[in-house]
Design a protein around this ligand. Structure first.
Ligand SMILES: C[C@@](CO)(OP(=O)(O)O)[C@H](O)COP(=O)(O)OP(=O)(O)OC[C@H]1O[C@@H](n2ccc(N)nc2=O)[C@H](O)[C@@H]1O
Ligand SMILES: Nc1ncnc2c1ncn2[C@@H]1O[C@H](COP(=O)(O)OP(=O)(O)O)[C@@H](O)[C@H]1O
Length: 282
C-alpha cells in the first residue's frame, strides 16, 4: 500500500437468511435477516490533511472516486461534524463487488469509524449509524459491529448469537444489481414475519431461505450453476441480493475440502465467521 500507518479492516458479511415481509410506501422493502461478519476484508489507510480536501489516492476498478462509498462517507462525516480536516484515503479491495457481501457498505462504515477517531470528531456509534443509513441500507450493521438480527430496511438491529462456523463463498462472474432484484414483479414480498426466538430453532434444524434467491437464479444462470454445485457440498444459499453463494461448515478443514473440490471454472474462498468487527462493536 502507498500510505503509511495502520490498516483499518472492512470485513464482509453474509446474510444467513433473508425474508421480504413487506414494502413501504416509498418502495423500500421491509426485511428480516440474520447478518454475520466474516474475516474476508478490504483494507483502508488514512493520511489526515489540514486543508479539508478528501481524496482517494489509488484507482479502484469499476468505482470512480466520486461514487465510492468510502469517499462519500468521509464527505458526509466532514459536513455533519463541521471539522476543517480532510483525508487521503487508500482502499485495497479484496471483497468481490456487487456480490451481496456488503463490501462498499463495509468500506463506508470503516471510514466513518476510523475518521471519527482520527479527526477527533467523536460523534460516536449511534450518530455514525444514522449517517451511514443515509448512504446505504447495510452500513448501520457494520457500525453495530457484531452478528445481528436485522429488521426494517436494515435499520433495526439486535445482537444475535451465531454458532462459530467456517464458510465457503463462491463468486460467480456476475454482478447482480440490487435495485433490479427488488423491482422484480415475481419477488415474494409477503413472507410471514419470524420472531428472533424462532430463528435459533430454525438455525439448529430447519432450512432457511433467501427470498431474493429465486429471482436471481431465474435471471442469472451462472449464479444458479454455482449454487447448484455448492449444494452438492452442503446447505448452500445466496447472500443478500447475490450473486455470491455460501455454505457453512463446523471446521476449516471441511470448508477447505469442499472449496478444493470445485470445478476449475469456479472462483471462491474460505472465510471464518467473526464475533466482532475489528474496529469494535456496540
Ligand atoms: C438486500 C441487501 C441485504 O444485505 O442486499 P446486498 O446489497 O447486501 O446484496 C441490502 O439490504 C441492500 O443494501 P444496499 O446494497 O446498501 O442497498 P441500497 O443501496 O440501500 O439500495 C439499493 C436499492 O435496493 C432497493 N432496496 C434496498 C433495500 C431495501 N430494504 N429495500 C429495497 O427495495 C431500493 O430500490 C434501493 O434503491
Ligand atoms: N467502496 C466500494 N466498494 C465496492 N463497491 C462500491 C464502493 N463504492 C461504491 N460501490 C458501488 O456499489 C456497488 C455494489 O457494491 P458492493 O457493496 O460491493 O456489493 P453489494 O451491495 O452487492 O454487497 C458496486 O457495483 C459499485 O458500483
Amino acid at each position: 500500500m502507498q500510505l503509511d500507518g495502520p490498516d483499518f479492516l472492512a470485513p464482509a458479511k453474509l446474510n444467513l437468511f433473508l425474508h421480504v415481509i413487506g414494502r413501504r410506501a416509498d418502495g423500500y422493502h421491509l426485511l428480516q435477516s440474520a447478518f454475520t461478519l466474516i474475516d474476508h476484508a478490504d483494507r483502508l489507510r488514512f493520511r489526515i490533511r489540514d486543508d479539508g480536501a478528501i481524496h482517494r489516492v489509488n484507482a479502484v476498478a469499476g468505482v470512480p472516486e466520486e461514487e465510492d462509498l468510502a469517499i462519500r462517507a468521509a464527505r458526509l462525516l466532514q459536513a455533519s461534524s463541521g471539522t476543517g480536516l480532510g483525508a487521503d484515503i487508500e482502499l485495497e479491495k479484496r471483497i468481490p463487488m456487487g456480490g451481496g457481501l456488503g463490501g462498499g457498505s463495509s468500506d463506508a462504515a470503516t471510514v466513518l469509524l476510523a475518521l471519527d477517531r482520527l479527526w477527533g470528531t467523536n460523534l460516536g456509534r449511534p450518530r455514525l449509524r444514522e449517517l451511514g443509513a443515509q448512504l446505504g441500507a447495510d452500513i448501520p450493521f457494520f457500525i453495530f459491529g457484531r452478528a445481528a438480527w436485522v429488521e426494517g430496511v436494515g435499520d433495526v438491529l439486535r445482537p444475535l448469537e451465531v454458532p462459530p462456523r467456517w464458510y465457503v463463498v463462491l463468486v460467480p462472474p456476475t454482478l447482480v444489481p440490487t435495485p433490479e432484484i427488488f423491482r422484480a414483479p415475481e419477488l415474494t414480498r409477503n413472507t410471514e414475519a419470524l420472531k428472533i426466538e424462532d430463528f435459533s430453532a430454525r438455525l439448529a434444524g430447519q432450512k432457511l431461505r433467501n427470498d431474493l434467491q429465486p429471482v436471481v437464479l431465474s435471471r442469472y444462470p451462472e449464479v444458479r450453476r454455482h449454487l447448484e454445485w455448492l449444494a452438492s457440498q452442503g446447505e448452500a444459499r445466496m447472500t443478500g441480493s447475490g450473486g455470491c453463494v455460501f455454505a457453512g461448515y463446523d471446521s476449516r478443514e471441511q470448508a477447505e475440502r469442499a472449496l478444493a473440490a470445485r470445478p476449475a471454472s469456479m472462483q471462491g474462498f474460505v472465510a471464518r465467521g467473526i464475533e466482532q468487527h475489528p474496529l469494535g462493536a456496540e
